[in-house]
Structures are given as structure tokens and as C-alpha cells.
Design a protein around this ligand. Structure first.
Ligand code: FCB
Length: 486
């Protein structure tokens, strides 16, 4: 199919297409004195956990820069903004009543967005579990499922008169595998069986919350979950005699990263080929009815996409797994010690990730193909970190590679839509340079630079590139905001 018209431009997306940008609470909010500690505060305080020894206490001080940041969103031309709610800010002990003071900030944020013509998209959990719940076992304890459901219902009761778009969890794979499997993320456990159990409780928390929210929410509210999905490949050039062993691991990692979440959510069962490895870890943790609840019908599936992964035989015996692997060690799966991640070198991003725009299209089409009953897709995160130069004399940061990254991925998405993928929105990651988890402030994904110390905002060239992309591909002809919800 030829999707390019005679002028060489791709077709516009429908006027209702959601064009957004995303952030998360712990990464930008700051004002730690207005909330209790989360597992990330505790993790940051442990020596050696964060690359630059930093934390999220100040971050971008988004709380005190709210008006300025909403103004940035307005000038970016987005019709939607994705943010997460800090559970420890609105419910300091993780249970019980919502705190009026904590809610006040989100009230102001939501009102500010609506005034600016921007649809708020709320994510309930972007990794900052209140420490009191961690002390009760965190995601290894089934009671956290009930706590999450109560919190979700409380937040929906508080904001549901204005917020129609809700996501339960962001990237439960990271919470489970990086948090409990490799220990690269909070709470920092390195135990493979724990990762599998945490994942089950996270999925269950999602399903229960969706079920509960359905009974409370008006029919036009949309409920979803956000997964980080990546395709794995055998790297080009692997010799024929080694291909088979790499392919095995490719399949296994595809299972862990993608199908372990997609299958239960969309098919109501865990992927059979992984059960041999994972089932023993689940004994005593899965109860009758869990899988039915996990598969609660969704209005959309949020897809976070950054890069494809390429695996090679580990001929030197070393394991360069990088942050994206949740492998808890060579013993966690048979054969994983025999592979390593290919390194893109200068061609990649500063995270060491390959730049593979065609992978986004392939992924979006794959979901439709492999899961015919899948709900509408929304790309909820996509972006890239680079070592940016300092702002020039006019204050602009020249970041051509980030602009090119966004352009190529938006174009790839449009091609996927032209080939039949049901994609309703795209959110760039992220508005501001912010606290990039275990990388601290050493990795910058923002469309806007935030100067250390002064916290001054400097829009980068990629901010303009994204604004122009929205204007170019937004259907409906006119300017002004339209759409923003599914
Ligand atoms: C995703 C996270 C997001 C950000 C990007 C770069 O895994 O959801 O908070 O850190 O990666």
C-alpha cells in the first residue's frame, strides 16, 4: 500500500487524534515536604542506587511551577497531557482518607489544563508506592491490591467530575522485573520468583481497580493500562550455528516483556510457553478468579515504545544486559547467560538504546494481529535521551537528533494507521528534563531543558519540531484544539 500522497506527505490523522506529552509525579513534582516518602525516596537514599546520587525531592519543582508548565503545554499545541498522581501525596500512609492538601495540587492542575483546552490523562501508579505499604510487603503482598483499588476509587471520586481518561498502572514490567527481579529500581530486590509474584499482584490490582471504577465511572470515562512493549531480535550477522540459541532467548524475553502482560490482560491466561519457567514461582499466589479479573475489558491499551532490542551470543562471556533487562542473573532463565545486548554505539541514544522507528509500526501492527480483540491503542510514551548542548544565546537548545527521533516515530505510527492499526493517540516522552530513575539527572528526555539550581525552563528545538508535527498531521484543517479524548 502506498501511504504517501503525490506531495510526498503522509496522510493526516483524524481530528480526534490525541496529541499529547507525558510526565510522571516523582520525576517532576518535587515539593517532597507535601507528601510522605515513597519507595523511590528510600531507594535514592541508599548509596550507589542512583547514578549521580540524586533524588526526587526537588526534581523540577513542578508543583510550584504549575502555571508556567501548563503554559508550556498550551504553546506546544497538545490537546492532551498525561501526568501521574503521587499516591503518597494524596494518601500519605497508602490507605484511609485522601488528604485535602495533596488533592489541592491535582485540582489546580486539572483545572489549569481544562482552561487551556487540554484533556487531562491521569495515571494512578507510576512507581511511587508509599513506604508504609512497602513495609507491609509491597507488591508481594496481596493486600496491596485492595489498597490500590481503594486509592483508585478515591482519586476517581475526587477528580472524575473533570478527568475522563484514566490509566491504572504504568509499565508493571518495570515495577516487577526491575523492582523485584534485578533490583535496578525501587524497592531494589534481586530475586526472580519475587518479580513473577509482584507482576501477578500488579496485574490483579489493575483488573480489580478497572472493575471497581467501572461501577463508579460514567460511561464516557475511558480506562486503560500502560505497558512498555519492545520487540527482541537476533542481531544481524549472528552466525548460523549460534542463531538457534539466541532465538530461544529472544522468544523467552519476548514472553517476559510482552506476552506475560498482554496475554493475561487480553486473553485471560498466562503464555503457556513461559509457564514451565514461571509457574513454580506463582504457586500459592494465583487464586481462582484472578485471571478473570485481570482480563477486565479495557477501553484502550497504552503502549510505551522506545526501541527494539538486538541480541548476540555472549562470546566474551560477559553480560551487557543494560537497564532494559529484568534478568535477575544468569540462573534466572536457562540459556540467558549465553547472550548479550548489542550496543548501538554513537548511532544510539545516550541510554545506549538503538533508534528503530520502524519497530513502532511493527509493534502496533503485531498487537492487532496477535490479539484480534485488543482495544484501541494509544502510544503513551515515546522519546529519546541525548547529551544536549547548553542553551544558545537566544535560549534555545539545539537537539536535532531528538527532533529527528520524534519525526521518524510519528511517521512510523502514521504508516501503521494507514495499514490498519487502531491507534488513537500519541504522547511524546517527556515535557521536561527530569529525574530519570536510576540514571538520576544524567539522562535528558525533555522537550524542555530544566536548568539545575534555577529550575529555569528552556524549550529545546525539538519542542518546536513536535509542535510543528502536531500542526502538520492534525486532521480537521483548522487550528485550535480538538480531540484529546478517545
Ligand atoms: C519509561 C518510564 C518513564 C521514563 C521513560 C524514559 O520506562 O515509564 O518514566 O523513565 O521510560
Amino acid at each position: 500500500m502506498n501511504q504517501v500522497d503525490e506531495r510526498g506527505a503522509l496522510p493526516s490523522l483524524p481530528a480526534a487524534f490525541v496529541w499529547g506529552v507525558g510526565t510522571s509525579a516523582f520525576q517532576i513534582e518535587g515539593e517532597a515536604e507535601g507528601r510522605s516518602d515513597s519507595i523511590w525516596d528510600r531507594f535514592c537514599a541508599e548509596p550507589g542506587r542512583i547514578a549521580d546520587g540524586s533524588d526526587g525531592r526537588i526534581a523540577c519543582e513542578h508543583v510550584s511551577h504549575l502555571e508556567e508548565d501548563v503554559e508550556l503545554l498550551r504553546s506546544l499545541g497538545v490537546n492532551a497531557y498525561r501526568f501521574s498522581i503521587s499516591w503518597p501525596r494524596v494518601m500519605p500512609s497508602g490507605r484511609g482518607e485522601l488528604s485535602g492538601e495533596g488533592l489541592d495540587f491535582y485540582d489546580r492542575l486539572v483545572d489549569g489544563l481544562l482552561d487551556a483546552g487540554i484533556e487531562p490523562w491521569a495515571t494512578l501508579y507510576h512507581w511511587d508506592l508509599p513506604v508504609e505499604l512497602q513495609d507491609d510487603g509491597g507488591w508481594l503482598d496481596r493486600r496491596t491490591v485492595d489498597r490500590f483499588t481503594d486509592y483508585a476509587l478515591g482519586m476517581h471520586a475526587a477528580l472524575g467530575d473533570r478527568v475522563r481518561q484514566w490509566a491504572t498502572l504504568n509499565e508493571p514490567w518495570c515495577s516487577a522485573w526491575l523492582g523485584y527481579g534485578s533490583g535496578v529500581h525501587a524497592p531494589g530486590f534481586a530475586d526472580h520468583p519475587s518479580a513473577v509474584r509482584a507482576a501477578h499482584h500488579l496485574l490483579l490490582a489493575h483488573g480489580r481497580a478497572v472493575e471497581a471504577l467501572r461501577s463508579q465511572a460514567p460511561a464516557d470515562h475511558q480506562l486503560g493500562i500502560v505497558l512498555n512493549l519492545f520487540s527482541f531480535h537476533t542481531a544481524p550477522g549472528v552466525s548460523e550455528d549460534r542463531t538457534q540459541e539466541v532465538e530461544r532467548v529472544v522468544r523467552l524475553l519476548d514472553g517476559e516483556q510482552n506476552r506475560w502482560f498482554l496475554d493475561p490482560l487480553l486473553l485471560g491466561s498466562y503464555p503457556p510457553d513461559l509457564l514451565e519457567t514461571f509457574a513454580p514461582h506463582l504457586e500459592g499466589f494465583v487464586r481462582d478468579g484472578d485471571l478473570r479479573q485481570i482480563a477486565a475489558p479495557l477501553d484502550y491499551l497504552g503502549v510505551n515504545y522506545y526501541s527494539d532490542h538486538f541480541l548476540l551470543p555472549a562470546s566474551d562471556g560477559s553480560q551487557e544486559q543494560g537497564e532494559h533487562s529484568g534478568l535477575a542473573g544468569p540462573g534466572s532463565y536457562p540459556g540467558v547467560g549465553n547472550v548479550r545486548w548489542s550496543d548501538p554505539g554513537d548511532e544510539g541514544t545516550s541510554m545506549g538504546w538503538h533508534i528503530t522507528p520502524e519497530g513502532l509500526k511493527a509493534l502496533l501492527l503485531r498487537i492487532g494481529r496477535d490479539y484480534p480483540g485488543a482495544p484501541a491503542l494509544v502510544v503513551m510514551e515515546n522519546g529519546a535521551a541525548f547529551h544536549d548542548p547548553l542553551p544558545g544565546p537566544d535560549g534555545t537548545v539545539e537537539d536535532p537528533r531528538r527532533g529527528a527521533y520524534l519525526t521518524s516515530h510519528v511517521e512510523s505510527l502514521i504508516e501503521a494507521v494507514a495499514q490498519g492499526a487502531d491507534v488513537r493517540g500519541y504522547f511524546a516522552w517527556t515535557l521536561l528534563d527530569n529525574f530519570e530513575w536510576s540514571q538520576g539527572y544524567t539522562q535528558r528526555f525533555g522537550l524542555v531543558r530544566v536548568e539545575e539550581g534555577s529550575l529555569r525552563r528552556f524549550p529545546k528545538r525539538s519542542f518546536e519540531v513536535y509542535r510543528d508535527l502536531i500542526a502538520r498531521y492534525r486532521g480537521g484543517g483548522g487550528s485550535g484544539s480538538s480531540g484529546g479524548s478517545l
